[in-house]
Design a protein around this ligand. Structure first.
Ligand code: NAP
Length: 314
């Protein structure tokens, strides 16, 4: 293993948690590397208006906010590499992280790899992924100008995506498998009051159909979750907004996780089951999952890492 460079801290991930950890680690004078991933910036890169991050009274676009986070991290000296971490070695000190052919080492690790959008997992969805089936309205909404689309889910994401899509689509139908919503009341009301949005409850997507060659979706087969009845619903786009899975594959067997594979941290801390390894943001938080809480826990992780490193050297 040819070692390239040693750091005090390696931060894996570049959402609000990772960049905030980098700001704090940099300001604490720790030699810090951030492996940002290939699509840096995390989930806010595919979010439209962020209205609830304090300090932005008019709201801010997700990608604009992440650019500000990144600039701030760079200002305090963190080395930012837009590269994917492929492998970690946690059973020896210093810890090691591989990105492609390059190995890095560090005395402490901060994991901020976040979570990724979930898909339904039906074969026809896969056939049309990126060709009419999307998990990102901000990225793909533009392609549905003047068309009719559907959004699957009953959480805040589904409501937000549906509202956003009305900027382009002539009609947006929210398809939800129950008649109770995980989404906050204000978000459901906003969707209900939008004349371009219709909400269909007790409805699941059974399959997607269209022309795979030209990459156009023509509609979906819907299943009534009470009666099992199948019906046809013509739409040109299907947006999946059914939640997220933590990005923890690389850490399986190395750190303790819960049943959903979120990294377990000590209550009120970012300390994982392994000394010197800290986790912050959505990768360890299935409850709040907000940019502001992710940023807060990124700050905690950097402070904890700094203190832990100091203890090791004293
Ligand atoms: P979520 O709250 O977990 O909601 C997921 C939704 O998808 C649920 O309605 C769920 O239905 C449905 N679902 C899950 N698996 C499904 C499947 N296989 N088939 C059909 N439906 C399925 O996820 P989220 O909406 O992504 O929100 C995640 C977190 O981010 C929340 O804390 C939310 O408040 C936050 N968020 C906030 C904002 C904002 O404030 N602007 C925007 C977006 C997200 P069931 O209810 O039946 O399980």
């Amino acid at each position: 293993m040819s070692e390239v460079k040693h750091y005090d801290v390696i931060i894996i991930g570049s959402g609000p948690a990772g960049y905030t950890a980098a700001v704090y680690a940099g300001r604490a004078n720790l030699n810090t590397l951030v492996l940002e991933g290939i699509e840096r910036g995390g989930q806010l890169m595919i979010t439209s208006d962020v209205e609830n991050f304090p300090g932005f009274p008019e709201g801010i676009m997700g990608p604009d906010m992440m650019e500000l986070f990144r600039k701030q991290a760079a200002r305090f000296g963190a080395t930012l590499e837009t590269k994917l971490a492929d492998e970690v070695v946690f059973d020896q000190k210093p810890f090691k992280v591989r990105s492609s052919e390059t190995w890095y080492s560090a005395d402490a690790i901060i994991i901020a790899t976040g979570a990724s959008a979930r898909f339904l997992g039906i074969p026809s969805e896969l056939a049309f992924k990126g060709k009419g089936v999307s998990a990102c309205a901000t990225c793909d909404g533009f392609f549905f100008r003047g068309k009719e689309v559907a959004v699957v889910g009953g959480g805040d994401s589904a409501m937000e995506e549906a509202n956003f899509l009305t900027k382009f689509a002539t009609k947006v139908t929210i398809l939800h498998r129950r008649d109770e919503f995980r989404a906050s009341k204000i978000m459901v009301d906003r969707a209900r009051n939008n004349p371009k949005i219709e909400i269909k409850t007790f409805t699941e997507v059974d399959s997607v159909y269209g022309d795979e060659k030209t990459g156009t979706v023509a509609g979906v087969k819907l299943k009534d979750t009470k009666t099992g009845e199948i019906s046809d619903f013509p739409v040109q786009g299907l947006f999946i907004a059914i939640g997220h899975d933590p990005n923890t594959k690389m850490f399986e067997g190395k750190l303790k996780m819960d049943a959903q594979k979120y990294i377990l941290t000590e209550p009120g801390k970012t300390k994982t089951s392994l000394e010197g390894v800290f986790a912050c943001g959505d990768v360890q938080d299935s409850y709040y999952r907000q940019a502001i809480t992710a940023a807060g826990s990124g700050c905690m992780a950097a402070i904890e890492a700094e203190r832990w490193l100091e203890e090791q050297h004293s």
